[in-house]
Design a binder for this molecule. Structure first.
Ligand code: TRP
Ligand code: SF4
Length: 533
């Protein structure tokens, strides 16, 4: 693996990555060095805090850097409509300041009115990390105490463990019948040696991600590190696959693929603005002709990739004299006959029924979506919306490299003695210059400083003015690392002390939560990670 290769880290697997691409491996252990590549390669979008009504400080400070379709959630939030947030925690060790980011994200969504779920990924910890059930129970309790201590309201939200949730397992089973081993190979690099329970834990995670929508489909955000993106993408795909109907746009009776449909839309728009064309009288063969003319005209209003153009021209020519009429199409994916019949009944206005689809001439796509979803739910389908996600940066280790649970000095556990927390910050690496003189002259480099990161992601909390002051004083050379670390160390010790007090208070609240933390399960004892395939 080369130095400058952008890869990605989770908290401690053993795999390495050997392609030039950015790797997203949920069980790997590499560091993301170039988040930007993620945008290009995987279609993760850049997060813009300005599009959120009252953004959290992790959003404002760029700690949350990417998302998939978060606008659905932001919109629901702005319009006081239902939305949900869910994330999961593998109980493999003590909760640390990296987990705190996810806890805070969930808590913030709860405070914004969302239905919030926190889950213990015990099946994953057992099957992918070889943790014994006793270890899992102990760590699970500790995660939940910190989550509650940081502000999660367990009466308003839901906590569960994967192994104990029957509805979740039913959903996982259902999802499992729409996925196959080749996909596991392609997405996760699973092979013949991968243990079957690990695969089961993956379908369980897909089910986790869709779980908040079981009662009612709603925009749902999954706050995670970018290493979890493969699961998010897979779950988005699974959500679509399980739908009874797919609503698309169409222009004539024949089927189109996505590229052809987009080109048809462009063609139609171009012809509609052309004064010489009456779109009402337009027939397929005329449209084919126009499309071919455009192909030879450098000044044509639309461009197209030649393969798509050829296939569309062929379909249009086969369409002959059929008139072109824009419409909304309901494609049958998994519907029962009864659901298909019911859908026809429900569609108002002019409609036409085909073998595996129905065309409607008086609905817009949103209305159509809604009807399709209602019929699906009425007929025992799920009606899932694609889940959204937000991605946060991994914190840099205090020792400069990656934050790793196997290097205690590199991270701060939420259970660390306040004094140890103080000491770790005091001995942290910085973005400072070699001498005080140099620092005064050139200023420090907060962007490369793990201590500044502590201020921005944790210690300054919601106080933007304070975070900015640290940054500016540092770059201006007015702040020297010794004093800066002293201040951060004190704040860290205070935070840990207060947090640990709140954990004590949280114990009582946890008692009332309906979750079994003494699972009494039989099973394999703890194994070294290497043994857990
Ligand atoms: N796989 C996650 C991890 O490694 C844990 C997890 C399980 C999870 N189910 C989830 C995360 C659902 C987000 C959503 O930590
Ligand atoms: Fe980091 Fe503070 Fe030093 Fe700046 S002054 S480099 S923020 S430790």
């Amino acid at each position: 693996m080369t130095e400058d290769q952008p890869t990605l880290e989770t908290d401690g697997g053993t795999d390495s990555v050997s392609s030039d691409d950015v790797a997203l491996d949920p069980w790997g252990s590499s560091t993301i060095e170039d988040y930007r590549k993620l945008f290009e390669q995987f279609g993760i979008e850049e997060f813009d805090a300005d599009e959120v009504p009252d953004p959290h400080y992790l959003m404002r400070r760029g700690a949350i850097f990417g998302h998939r379709e978060y606008e659905r959630v932001a919109e629901a939030m702005a319009n006081d409509e239902p939305f949900a947030a869910l994330s999961g925690f593998m109980p493999t060790g003590d909760p640390h300041i990296g987990h705190k980011m996810v806890f805070d994200e969930l808590i913030w969504h709860q405070q914004q009115g969302g239905e919030v779920y926190g889950l213990i990924a015990d099946l994953e910890a057992h099957s992918a990390r070889g943790m014994s059930w006793d270890e899992i129970d102990e760590h699970a309790r500790s995660y939940l105490l910190s989550f509650i201590a940081l502000g999660f309201d367990p009466e308003d939200g839901e906590l569960y463990r994967q192994s104990d949730n029957r509805e979740l397992q039913d959903l996982a089973f259902e999802i499992g019948s729409t996925t196959n081993f080749s996909e596991f190979e392609a997405i996760y690099g699973f092979g013949g040696e991968t243990n079957v329970s690990h695969m089961q834990s993956v379908v369980t995670q897909l089910a986790d991600i869709l779980y908040p929508q079981l009662d009612e489909p709603m925009p749902t955000v999954i706050p995670v590190g970018p290493d979890q993106d493969p699961h998010v993408r897979f779950a988005r795909d699974a959500a679509a696959r399980m739908r009874y109907f797919k609503v698309t746009e169409a222009f004539a009776s024949f089927e189109l693929d996505d590229e052809e449909r987009a080109l048809f839309r462009d063609l139609y728009d171009a012809l509609e603005t052309d004064d010489d064309v009456e779109t009402e009288d337009l027939r397929c063969e005329d449209a084919a002709e126009r499309l071919l003319e455009f192909a030879n005209d450098p000044a044509a209003p639309i461009g197209a990739d030649p393969a798509t153009r050829d296939s569309l021209v062929e379909k249009l020519e086969n369409g002959g004299k059929e008139p072109i009429r824009p419409r909304v199409r309901f494609l049958d994916r998994n519907a029962s006959e009864a659901a298909f019949d019911a859908l026809i009944e429900e569609i108002p206005g002019e409609k036409r029924r085909y073998d595996a689809h129905i065309d409607s001439f008086d609905l817009d796509p949103e209305e159509a979506e809604e009807i399709a979803r209602e019929v699906e739910i009425e007929h025992d389908g799920y009606g899932f919306q694609a889940p959204s996600s937000i991605y946060h940066r991994f914190m840099t280790g205090l020792t400069g490299g990656k934050m790793s649970s196997s290097i205690p000095a590199s991270h701060i556990s939420l259970l660390d003695d306040p004094e140890d927390g103080y000491d770790k910050v005091k001995s942290a690496a910085t973005g400072g210059r070699t001498t005080a003189e140099e620092q005064r002259e050139l200023g420090g480099k907060p962007d490369e400083c793990p201590v500044y990161e502590l201020y921005a992601y944790l210690l300054a909390e919601g106080d933007d003015e304070f975070a900015t002051r640290v940054y500016e004083e540092c770059t201006a050379g007015e702040r020297l690392c010794g004093g800066c670390k002293e201040q951060a160390a004190e704040l860290m010790a205070e935070f840990l002390e207060e947090h640990q007090e709140k954990r004590e208070e949280a114990k009582e609240l946890l008692e009332d939560v309906d979750i079994d933390l003494g699972s009494d399960r039989r099973g394999l004892g703890g194994r070294e990670e290497e043994d857990a395939v």
